[in-house]
Design a protein around this ligand. Structure first.
Ligand code: UDP
Length: 370
């Protein structure tokens, strides 16, 4: 058991997979060497939150899978400067009980916020220091920025001017924390244990924690297409997709592996030569930590706008615009080790595998403000 009693409350929502993955990365770093205990709490979809708000947040998965345009509408409407205070007030009220319960129960020294809509409630029900870790890259929602936050950890600079000029608020551009499975082990898994050929090119497909729309289309195109590749699909929490893809018949001699949500995704990523994914910030940071080349086949409207461009600019991935384009790129990469190596090196250069350790340092050691 940890020898220290100092605690950090890590606030997330189980929408997508990125917020929880980042919180787990921080918990691992905090508890490594028993520096602090990390407690992950989801006040938005868990018990105690007011029913309409919980209902809404529990529908995030189906919403981004079935109607991403409607999600885009919600994102942009709530991102307006006039609407923002209303949204913040509503959510602050809705999560008052679960947040107060968590604070009373754990008496944390630090509250770390990893979801934009929990920043205002954490600032309002302030207990100890408040640190916000931004889990978005391209287009963070404006509710991330709040004047009562002490420290910001961000994947790229973005602190608005009014906060920059305010005494006490600081921004640390550490990158997006990734779990230790992406940092600590470098062993390459044995493909034959998964029934995969050691020689054939392996394509891994993932549409985020929710298995967004498009994932099935990318998988079917590759499984039925001419490229001589083995395919692994990680469907996340999308059980329907998993069921449908499990019935696909690959061409003779080729392999298809389909799984639901996996906790050891780094092992699956180390097995693959290339990753086909939506431009989620979590998977982008993880692929970079491993040096795994990315083919970006889609992105969520709203917070993920601009993510693909950032990856392409860094040389760590290629954006594909259609399933035809996807097939052409996979065929090209499987025949061009030089191109694959260039992507691999650029991905490693853009990776920030120490982001978690640096953020844990900040959480455990309060720094004097200049
Ligand atoms: N993930 C995972 N297991 C799975 C599917 C996804 O651990 O089976 C993780 C993935 O490694 C990443 C996160 O879920 O850390 C997805 O985050 P991202 O920001 O890419 O997209 P989101 O799902 O939040 O939209």
């Amino acid at each position: 058991p940890p020898v220290t009693t100092a605690r950090a409350l890590l606030l997330i929502a189980d929408t997508g997979g990125g917020h929880r993955a980042c919180a787990e990365a921080l918990r691992e770093e905090l508890e490594y060497g028993d520096r602090m205990t990390g407690i992950i709490v989801d006040p938005l979809t868990g018990p105690g939150v007011s029913p309409p708000v919980r209902w809404l947040f529990r529908r995030y998965g189906p919403l981004v899978r079935v109607a991403p345009a409607l999600w885009a509408l919600l994102f942009h409407a709530t991102n307006h400067s006039l609407v923002r205070p209303v949204v913040e007030a509503l959510i602050t009220r809705a999560v008052r009980r679960p947040l107060a319960d968590a604070i009373d129960r754990h008496r944390p020294e630090v509250v770390v916020v990893l979801h934009p809509l929990l920043v205002a409630p954490a600032a309002r029900h302030r207990h100890g220091r408040v640190i916000t870790v931004i889990t978005d890259i391209g287009n963070p929602h404006r509710t991330w920025w709040h004047r009562s936050v002490d420290e910001y950890v961000t994947p790229r600079p973005g602190l608005p001017r009014h906060l920059m000029n305010q005494r006490g608020t600081r921004e640390h551009v550490f990158g997006l924390p990734v779990r230790r499975q992406f940092v600590a082990s470098s062993a390459v898994p044995d493909r034959s244990q998964l029934g995969l050929s050691p020689e054939r090119f392996v394509v891994l497909i993932n549409g985020g924690g929710e298995g967004v729309r498009g994932t099935g289309r990318w998988a079917r195109a590759l499984v039925r297409g001419k490229a001589d590749v083995d395919v692994i699909v990680i469907c996340g929490r999308n059980e329907r997709l998993r069921g449908r893809l499990s019935r696909l018949e690959p061409r003779p001699g080729r392999q298809l592996l389909v799984t639901g949500f996996v906790d050891d995704i780094a092992t699956w990523m180390r097995t693959a030569d290339v990753l086909v994914a939506k431009a989620g910030p979590g998977i982008i940071a993880e692929a970079a930590a491993l040096g795994l080349p990315l083919l970006l086949a889609g992105s969520l409207p709203g917070q993920e706008a601009g993510n693909s461009e950032a990856v392409v600019r860094g040389g760590a991935g290629i954006r594909v615009s259609s399933t035809r384009d996807l097939l052409a790129r996979v065929t090209q990469l499987s025949a061009r080790p030089d191109l694959l190596l260039a992507l691999h090196l650029a991905a490693l250069r853009s990776g920030r595998p120490t982001a978690g350790a640096l953020t844990a340092d900040l959480i455990t050691n309060p720094k004097e403000n200049p």
